[in-house]
Design a protein around this ligand. Sequence first.
Ligand code: PRX
Length: 651
Amino acid sequence: MAEPAIEVYEDEQRTFPPSAAFVGQANAGDRALFDEAAEDRLAFWARQARELLTWDTDFDTVLEWDLPDAKWFVGGELNITTNCLDRHVAAGRGDKVAYHWEGEPGDTVTITYAELLTEVCKFANVLKGLGLEKGDRVAIYMPMILELPIAMLACARLGVAHSVIFGGFSADAIVDRCEDAEARLVITADAGYRRGAPAALKPTVDAALASGAASVENVVVVNRCDTGPDMTDGRDHWWHDLMADASADCPAEPMDSEQLLYLLYTSGTTAKPKGIMHTTGGYLTQVAFTHKYVFDLKPETDVYWCAADIGWVTGHSYIVYGPLANGCTSVMYEGTPDTPDKDRLWDIIARYGVTQLYTAPTAIRMFMKWGTEYPERHDLSTLRVLGTVGEPINPEAWMWYHEHIGGNGTPIVDTWWQTETGGHMITPLPGVTTTKPGSATHTIPGVVAKLVDDDGNVVTEGGGYLTIAEPWPSMLRGIWGDPERFRDTYWSRFPGRYFAGDGAKLDADGYLWLLGRVDDVMNVSGHRISTTEVESALVDHPAVAEAAVVGGNDEVTGQAIIGYVILRGGHEASEELGNEIREHVGVKLGKIARPKTVIIVPDLPKTRSGKIMRRLLRDVADGRSLGDTTTLADPGVVAEIQSRAAEGGED
Ligand code: PRX
């Protein structure tokens, strides 16, 4: 198989069984769910759908499967916001806190389910007033403020699909996404607070709309930071003005189980991001199920915190839809873990008595670097379950999380899933699974994964490609506007199976160890970035003739973007030019895609067929300590690349 991006921790022998005390109180304290799903997978999911959700019309068929097209809970009708809001209020839980929100400057808002429902209904009426109708698409480009989930839920109430664009993305990224989805409206804010200052958003939307995205008719702007952005007459509207006159009466209309809920764009192996489609009934069933069992959620007493950004799928499923469907109290925050100080997370946990924390390995490695003095300042004893997501977690980071945040006793759930899978797929269940540091362990009940070799034969021990063998409720329903790419990308490499793009290994005990992507997708701080996309942005710079991008190893971010560039004639290699090229990528794609290092080289190693030998470039990058700068290829590197290219080997 293709060489995995990271090592596997084969020597890892430590095991952590659930404690008797945890098992005694767990939502899943034995294997009953696994047994039930193994016996009849579809009946298992049907039971979850009926027990966890409230349907306006019951479904008659659990699954219609015409590979690669799935329809779950066919004939069923429900409104996702009824499930997330109205039914909790109707059951007398309207005063329950939905979110404790923490702004970066220290401002806080506590919003109850009843208040959230009112805001959602009002904003849904605002959307209607702007002419939005069921089936339309709306782009959302916002900071982590409460108006973001309100906007998403207001769309969902009407059957308008939202497409959330991460606030760190560029104007070009907004244009691409709005054009692809033909979005009629953009919802944004003037700015959001980040590391002590407002980070502007509205000017980026203005730049985007000045250069394209002609489908966008209106822009709604939340005034978060009082930065006084330009407002275009007739097109731009203040959120608070529209909300001032909006009625709170907006009855929820039942939607088909397969109504499009949202698009979320993610990087693939080509330069064009894919609009991943998620629908209503199956999606909500799996996110509610996993949120309840993977985090052992007790909605009456828990204070749950997923410290991700809603701009990514983790925030969609585990800040918005899963937690609200389960009626729990969540924490949501704006800003970063190091502002005002490096104990921000631990301070918030102690103040609210947070019971579940869900974060990324890259954050844990950063906390390790900062040192234990920060968590030690606070009482973290309320934590009951710790989660990680986004990339493989190295055992050292796992053990640090276990010891310094979990006080040696709190179960850790390492959850493997993707934008495409919608919800958790491979993860421990904390009352059932004995964990091993660095392994995501096993599939959840009702999901069937198989490792296969190059020829598609099932591998029962050792390395292979991770595939999903049966459809699952929260699976993507397609790529927006491109059914052919949907089939090609996920369903053609191993016929009959969904190919995730990850390598994995099964150990002798049947534990899965994720190895990272086996395609041209990098994982930087848990964010998926396409090498091709960065390469296109590099060659877009007038001085660049050719570029190759690889993910090098990085202690904190997992992988780091390393760009090798060849200059066009007439351009002199210099550190300034290299930095200018790096910044160009930041402007084209957004800061998260800016290469850590740009190496200016006279030539790139290629196979006889003209394919760039990326593995060689990765080795060269990993063999050198590369700073956050430009590195001019010194003769040593060139000689190394040349001699190793000469040693041969197709990549
Ligand atoms: O390579 C896997 C990695 O992240 C990819 C999915 O990225 P994205 O769609 O952005 O979703 C991230 C959040 C769900 C996967 O193909 N990945 C995610 N979780 C893990 C992981 N790799 C190893 N272990 C995980 N727990």
